[in-house]
Design a binder for this molecule. Structure first.
Ligand code: BGC
Length: 265
């Protein structure tokens, strides 16, 4: 069902060709936003996202970019201004895993994950914030000059053997988010993170597709079900609306209780 909670707003969603990013882009479109769909290599996936948004009656364009490259990150933000005349929301979602035991991990494994999961978030946030600061919003107004949402992970606090690159990037995101929230509040820019738990997407398909993997995952989720992209998308839409105007510098764990140390239960 379409609603108007984000009518007139423009959102850039990185990594929106599948999974959580796709879910968020579609949900933002459903809430009335125009969307710039970023993808890295899955153009077909990005087209699917676009079709779903257009079918729901909102506008969307697709934009290929490696968010870890400064020029491409800038072009992504510029695309919103060029096509839709403004930017209100950046959802920094693009993320990859390249798991390897620490003793085997190469510099390449490290840098690949850092580039997309941390540097890319920095670059897009900076380009977006430079747009947002042009808006003059007074402190007493109950709306923001712009919204930045980082899609992090429960692994910004839960260590995870065999993924030192991934957890280091997610831990880094946590402080990047908080520092930006502190630094940019005077411009009325809100900066927050959503940290999903186990959400059924391609990134963890290998685990939830096998019965054994699925049972292991479920044993880590007190709430008893594996999440869906929609679980994250709903929260992202709400966080981007003025309903959440007084929220900045916060991480929302949307994880069915995964961060509650279930093995102590
Ligand atoms: C990872 C998934 C994993 C989930 C919970 C996410 O950040 O990308 O592979 O299933 O955390 O452990």
């Amino acid at each position: 069902m379409k609603d108007n909670r984000l009518a007139g707003k423009v959102a850039v969603v990185t990594g929106a060709s599948s999974g959580i990013g796709q879910g968020i882009a579609v949900a933002m479109g459903r809430a009335g936003a125009s969307v710039v769909i970023n993808y890295h290599s899955d153009e077909d996936g990005a087209r699917t996202t676009q079709q779903q948004i257009e079918q729901g009656g909102s506008q969307a364009i697709i934009m290929q970019a490696d968010v870890g490259k400064q020029e491409e990150a800038q072009q992504l933000i510029d695309a919103a201004i060029k096509h839709f005349g403004r930017l209100d929301i950046l959802v920094n979602n693009a993320g990859v895993q390249q798991d390897k035991d620490f003793l085997e991990m190469t510099l390449e494994d490290w840098e690949k994950v850092m580039s997309t999961n941390l540097t890319g978030h920095f670059l897009c946030a900076q380009a977006a914030a430079r747009e947002f600061v042009k808006r003059q919003v007074q402190p007493q107004e109950r709306t923001s000059a712009g919204n930045i949402i980082f899609i992090s992970s429960v692994h910004d606090i839960i260590p995870w053997a065999g993924r030192a690159n991934y957890t280091a990037a997610k831990g880094g995101l946590q402080m990047l988010m908080k520092t930006l929230a502190q630094e940019l509040a005077k411009y009325k820019i809100r900066v927050n993170a959503i940290s999903p738990g186990a959400i059924k997407t391609d990134i963890n398909r290998q685990e939830w597709e096998t019965e054994e993997g699925k049972q292991k995952m479920l044993s880590q989720i007190p709430y008893g079900r594996i999440g869906e992209p929609e679980d994250i998308a709903k929260v992202a839409v709400w966080l981007a609306t003025d309903e959440a105007d007084y929220i900045t510098g916060t991480t929302l764990y949307v994880d069915g209780g995964m961060t509650l140390y279930p093995s102590f239960g």
